[in-house]
Design a protein. Structure first.
Length: 355
């Protein structure tokens, strides 16, 4: 009886494999699949997207060709519309920031709750926990399949006026921020003026003194050479900026299982490299060791904070007491946005972070 069961299972596996290979053989891919992302290929985010495209080609033996389009070219520069475009199928793939989809996917605002996550360990627990799964499930209902978490990084604040170590230090400063409501609420609560403008206009504003500062992760601060405009940097991890490696659901459903597996494996490998790249030096030796040992890479700049300081930046690291003052100053913002995001998701995230 036992031998019969084993034989039956073996036959079933062979049948499934045959069907899968037959389906793959019949599959006719598009000549090119489009991928959107908001940055260029000199950023870790952009390099991660290119790595995903390259790995997809490698793992599918060239059957699936994905072409990244930099700087939201496919959206005429309207970066906040990426989720809608992928959902409707006018764009096939994306490596995009959850901030840029937060007006449509309310759960994505979880990562922008001020000073809520605050550590890389907590971010990993959320992404790999129940709350991360809930977010991916919400995206699938919107016809977007998320395959892996990437990272732009925790966003830090920089300015040309003074060091920032208390909420009072932000009072009256004009800070260029992402064009989302929660960012406006946070900086208003801290006494700053939030300014929406594209990067080119912001740089002009920095040079002319019309804009005092901005907020971005180290993965952006180094490529744009922020020290050329701002002397003062505050590491406060006030909110996280995860990326999602994702694909339109109809495109995903059109792939045979063997192609799906290759695309998903490629996403996870590219995301792991991309995360290590943007985290290097920010989590001790962990990400540096991943780059060296798994990917056989040793970059010219391994310690991003030290490099910023070597370029003349004055870097402030908040004490727990200083950080608590910012938490208290933005408590009303947190309370407001918990209702918008959904209490169930926030509670799941809290539970994940306690693991």
């Amino acid at each position: 009886m036992k031998k019969l069961i084993v034989l039956s299972l073996l036959i079933l596996v062979i049948i499934i494999a045959f069907i899968s290979f037959a389906s793959a053989a019949e599959f006719k891919p598009k000549k090119e699949y489009t991928m959107t992302l908001n940055v260029g290929n000199t950023f870790g985010w952009g390099m991660g997207a290119q790595k995903w495209a390259d790995l997809i080609a490698e793992k599918t033996n060239g059957k699936i060709v994905v072409k990244p389009y930099w700087g939201s070219q496919l959206l005429a520069g309207k970066q906040m519309n990426w989720l809608q475009a992928v959902a409707e199928g006018s764009i096939d793939f994306a490596v995009e920031s959850t901030i840029n989809s937060s007006s449509v996917v309310k759960s994505h605002n979880l990562f922008s709750l001020p000073f809520f996550i605050n550590t890389l360990e907590n971010l990993d627990r959320i992404e790999n926990g129940k709350s991360g799964k809930m977010i991916f499930e919400e995206m699938e209902k919107m016809q977007v399949i998320a395959l892996a978490w990437g990272e732009n990084g925790f966003r830090q604040v920089t300015n040309s006026v003074r060091p920032i170590s208390t909420p009072a230090d932000l009072k009256g400063l004009r800070i260029r921020v992402c064009p989302t409501a929660i960012f406006d609420d946070i900086f208003r609560a801290l006494g700053a003026d939030s300014i929406h403008m594209n990067w080119a206009d912001a740089v002009t504003g920095f040079q002319q003194g019309a804009v005092d500062g901005q907020e971005n992760p180290y993965g952006v601060l180094l490529p744009v050479k922020i020290w050329e405009y701002h002397k003062y940097v505050t590491n406060w991890n006030y909110l996280a900026d995860p990326l999602v490696f994702c694909v339109n659901k109809r495109v995903w459903d059109s792939f045979p299982d063997v192609i799906k597996l290759a695309v998903k494996e490629a996403a996870r490998e590219a995301a792991e490299w991309e995360k290590a790249y943007v985290r290097r030096g920010l989590d001790g030796e962990r990400s540096i060791n991943i780059l060296k040992e798994k990917f056989r890479e040793e970059l010219d700049i391994m310690d991003q904070v030290a490099y910023m300081e070597s370029q003349g930046a004055d870097v402030v690291n908040l004490t727990p007491e200083q950080l608590n003052a910012f938490i208290e100053a933005t408590k009303d913002v947190t309370d407001k946005w918990v209702e918008i995001i959904g209490k169930d998701l926030v509670e799941a995230a809290k539970s994940d972070m306690k693991r």
